[in-house]
Design a protein around this ligand. Sequence first.
Ligand code: MG
Length: 383
Amino acid sequence: MIKENLVLAPYACHSVQSRGRIFKEKPSKTRTEFQRDHDRIVHSGSFRRLEYKTQVFINHEGDLFRTRLTHSLEVAQISRTAASRLQLNSDLAETISLAHDLGHTPFGHAGQAALNDCMKDFGGFEHNLQSLRIVDKLEEQYPTFDGLNLTWETREGILKHCKTLDAMRLGDLGKRFLEKTQPSLEAQLVNIADAIAYSTHDLDDGLRSSFLKHEGLLSHVPIYKKYFDEVMKEYPQITLRRAQKEVVRRIIGYLVDDLVTTSLEKINSVTLKSVEDVRALHTPLVSFSDEGLKEMKTLKAYLMDALYRHYQVLRVMNKSSRVIELLFDEFTHSPNLLPPNFYIRSQHEGVQRTVADYIAGMTDRFALREYERIFNPVYEERN
Ligand code: MG
């Protein structure tokens, strides 16, 4: 086991100083507490299902587009690299990254919006809170407890945002949302690595799908133009697609560099003896420079207009929302159509929440198949 105190800064999360797990367990002889959390997530069913959940493009639209799983791996890669440059705990940063999207519904944000709407009178649905619910309660892997019994620090990192009522219910973990203080630097880092990952891979996927146009990017996204001109000057003979790949790579490099440099300056401007000093602060220390933030915002705004609101994306999302709504209505009116374990749970957990858990856990293709099973009278089960 690597001696964390040799490589980590005092302001990092050290696993020996962990606030621990809900259910006490003997320490592992070979892994740190955060490495153990990492392995629990990788072995969970919810993690495997990320493979067939939409990021932006529905899973069956093409094998090369990102899914929630590959998105999470890219977030982990960026987090790990930046964490070690900041002398933060890269095991913890990777662990939070792999878990951060576990609670996503099928069909991306359209699925989340539809399910939240269905649940508006029953406490709502929020994917981030659902990720925590999965690791705390819904995974059934261990003989003596529900959930994965992860460390406090991983759970802190999973919970990115939280409404006041939920924060009050979450006790110690929700406290920072009431006191408006900050989580660990690892948690702050993953939050931004998530945005770097999706903005740049959606740019790449958007170009691949041709929903995003090279000319549009050149005129609306200055950082794209800057790196495109730079790449073409260095490699005038390369194809457009290869140049675009290099542009995406350079944008990631620029954003990560900007993030690390700016964050280091901010960290060095205050005295931090431990992660508790970080948690007492009211402003984040991991952040972009003003310039980096501006580039990021411009890119995100363009993606919103040209990709996320592209009519072909909206058509698929609209259709997907209908699938979620119809399944929710049917299961809540007739909970006996649920698989037996969910039906039993609905009797003590509440029908709506159980149906939301059931639907949120579905992959895109499972949701479509379930829709067929429930509504198509001549549906025949394939394989
Ligand atoms: Mg994400």
